[in-house]
Design a protein. Structure first.
Length: 291
């Protein structure tokens, strides 16, 4: 609804050069152009964003980004970086769509980007990545109540009408009676345990043991073409996210893949999957063996 209302057909949505894969088909559905902006270790680069806005002119309408635990790289913007991004958004009159789906996982996270430019920001937070995958409910904070009602009420009536009442009730109940806090504490502890397991089984991969993040963004060995590596993992019963599926307008991810530590049902399943990945990382590809 935000894309259709504020970017509109013919406009351009700016985003990180690596982004949530669903953004690409959504943009295509609404006739919206996508422009990937270069990133560094903190996420989207403000100078590159400024340059893209100059090149696009009035076609640049909004910025969609994940400032905290970016998917797939896990980058998190510092407070100074958030201030810089907000300044660029004001300079070129961009709307900000902040996806904070992973923002509650860290025990100490910077303030939302939306707080730095509240008059043009839409802050989006869901519970499916922090409390339970079944809680398909999202909370959106707009610049003010009038514009929020104007945007969402007509849109809701023509799309999904409303969240399933039972899901909304369970979500509200958990958030108000302390259950949500307990679940989040458990999720954080399990995330650290899984990251420790991954660090022990993937010694060639740099894994911070203190990050509350499910994703590992891994360099592919030179011996493996990305498509053959992904095929090999699937044949072994393991699914990984090919890096190029996250890329916007370039081949930034053609030597990377992502694994989700939160996907396996238990640590036994996690260990089995990591064994497959570890063995493939150390093995030559079929293509190399044939040479």
């Amino acid at each position: 609804m935000l894309m259709a209302r504020f970017v509109k057909p013919g406009g351009v949505l700016l985003t990180e050069e690596l982004t949530y894969p669903a953004i690409k088909p959504l943009s295509s559905l609404f006739g919206i152009g996508l422009r990937g902006v270069s990133m560094d270790v903190e996420g989207i680069d403000p100078e590159s964003l400024d340059k893209a806005c100059i090149e696009l002119g009035n076609d640049a309408r909004a910025l969609y980004c994940m400032p905290t635990l970016h998917n797939p790289t896990s980058a998190t913007m510092s407070e100074a970086r958030r201030d810089d991004i907000a300044a660029v958004a004001r300079r070129y009159d961009l709307w900000l769509f902040e996806d904070d789906i992973y923002g509650v996982l860290p025990e100490e996270a910077p303030p939302p980007l939306s707080l730095y430019a509240a008059e043009r920001s839409w802050y989006i937070l869901g519970l499916s990545k922090s409390l339970a995958a079944q809680l398909r409910v999202a909370y959106v904070v707009g610049p003010n109540s009038d514009i929020s009602q104007d945007v969402f009420w007509p849109g809701v009536r023509t799309t999904n009408w409303m969240v399933a009442p039972l899901v909304a009730e369970v979500s509200s109940h958990w958030l108000t009676n302390g259950i949500g806090t307990e679940i989040l504490r458990t999720v954080r502890a399990e995330t650290l345990r899984r990251r420790a397991v991954a660090a022990s089984m993937l010694p060639r991969v740099e894994i911070s043991p203190s990050d509350f993040n499910y994703h590992l963004w891994i360099d592919l060995p030179d011996t493996w073409p990305l498509n053959l590596f992904v095929k090999a993992t699937l044949e072994a019963g393991v699914a990984v996210g090919p890096g190029n599926s996250f890329a916007v307008n370039n081949q930034k991810g053609d030597r990377k893949f992502r694994i989700g530590l939160g996907v396996p049902q238990d640590q036994g399943e996690l260990v089995c999957g990591l064994k497959v990945i570890a063995s493939l990382l150390d093995a030559p590809s079929d293509q190399e063996l044939q040479q």
